[in-house]
Design a protein around this ligand. Structure first.
Ligand code: NAP
Length: 310
């Protein structure tokens, strides 16, 4: 029987921990925490639908153990893994080759094992583009966007994707503002390279201060939460309803509940909102296609996610 979550000690004794499991575990998501991840449901449905004899599971790996854990991917017989909170940036230097899109982003969420080599990719940004189109019927390039938690692995991928899509304005917010110095330069370079740069600053860092955010939000169309605030039941909304305008679109990358705390704040303000489930779906479908070099069965994956939510 495949366990819900494997620990790092299981990973170090993988053949004993997984003895007798058939079909074998070939895919996993690595994170800390990782118990919440809906990726196994979605990927196992896709593997079944395509008749691929393999299973996908969760690996709980602490940050200090990540380099050793990544080294064991090929010898433990895995074909691919997803990388989630908080490992996306730390995993990038641990692979042998990085896809150019992921290199530009500076973080990876997908590793493919090819022979003894590891290839890193980032499907979070393209997943977000599809999710925003599906949820709100708009494209990132038309929007003024604020990202909360832009300094994390997901926040960085989302910010760079917004720049690549040439969004109208990008406002980056992070609890630790210093973490944004390099990102803001990288995003500015992308805007400059589009040659469509208009008057004024296209990308800006603002402090996580309620009054500053209230002012900034008056000139924003879409707010994206890339912090984990809201993953735990006891968490508040990362920003209060009182600073949200009814004209805003609010996207929470968290998908642990149908209506996250931030979505509840958006409801209170009369704003449209969505959780991160479709971003998870689309980034997962792209990862599946990298590993299996075939089209992902998106309907089966979507159905598995909806069934899990109940
Ligand atoms: P990460 O690399 O650990 O980054 C966390 C970010 O959140 C950092 O910017 C951090 O700021 C900020 N943060 C953490 N706690 C905070 C707090 N109490 N107050 C203010 N800011 C705080 O994690 P990640 O991999 O980017 O994941 C972040 C979230 O995105 C998770 O909830 C994850 O589920 C979600 N996500 C969803 C999808 C999807 O497909 N739906 C994909 C990717 C990620 P500091 O820099 O100051 O520490």
């Amino acid at each position: 029987m495949v366990k819900e979550v494997y620990s790092s000690s299981d990973w170090c004794a993988w053949s004993e921990s997984t003895a007798g499991i058939d079909p074998p575990i070939r895919f996993a998501v690595i994170g800390d925490p990782v118990e919440h991840s809906a990726s196994p449901a979605m990927h196992n449905a896709a593997l079944d639908k395509c008749g691929i004899a393999a299973r996908y599971t969760r690996l709980h790996i602490h940050p200090a153990e990540l380099p050793e854990a990544v080294k064991r991917l090929a010898s433990n017989g895995l074909s691919g893994v997803n990388i989630t909170i908080p490992h996306k940036a730390a995993a990038l230097p641990l692979v042998d080759r990085v896809d150019p899109h992921a290199a530009r982003i500076g973080a990876i969420n997908t590793i493919a094992v090819e022979g003894n080599g590891l290839l890193g990719y980032n499907t979070d940004g393209p997943g977000l583009v599809r999710a925003i189109r599906a949820e709100f019927g708009v494209d990132l390039r038309d929007l003024r966007i604020m990202i909360l938690g832009a300094g994390g692995g997901a926040g960085r991928a989302v910010a760079m994707q917004c720049a690549i899509e040439n969004c109208e304005r990008l406002v980056l917010v992070n609890r630790t503002a210093e973490k944004l110095t390099e990102l803001v330069s990288a995003a500015s370079l992308i805007f400059q390279s589009t040659r469509l740069i208009g008057p004024g600053q296209r990308v800006e860092v603002v402090p996580w201060d309620l009054e500053v955010l209230r002012f900034q939000l008056q000139q924003i169309d879409l707010v994206i939460n890339c912090t984990p605030i809201g993953m735990k039941r006891s968490d508040p909304s990362p920003i209060p309803a009182s600073i949200l305008d009814p004209s805003l679109m609010v996207y929470d990358t968290i998908y642990t509940s149908e209506r996250t705390r931030l979505m509840q704040a958006a409801d209170e303000a009369g704003a449209r909102s969505a959780n991160g489930l479709w971003m998870l779906l689309y980034q997962g479908a792209l990862a599946f296609e990298i590993w299996n070099t075939r089209e992902a069965p998106i309907d089966a994956m979507r159905a598995a996610l909806l069934a899990r939510r109940g």
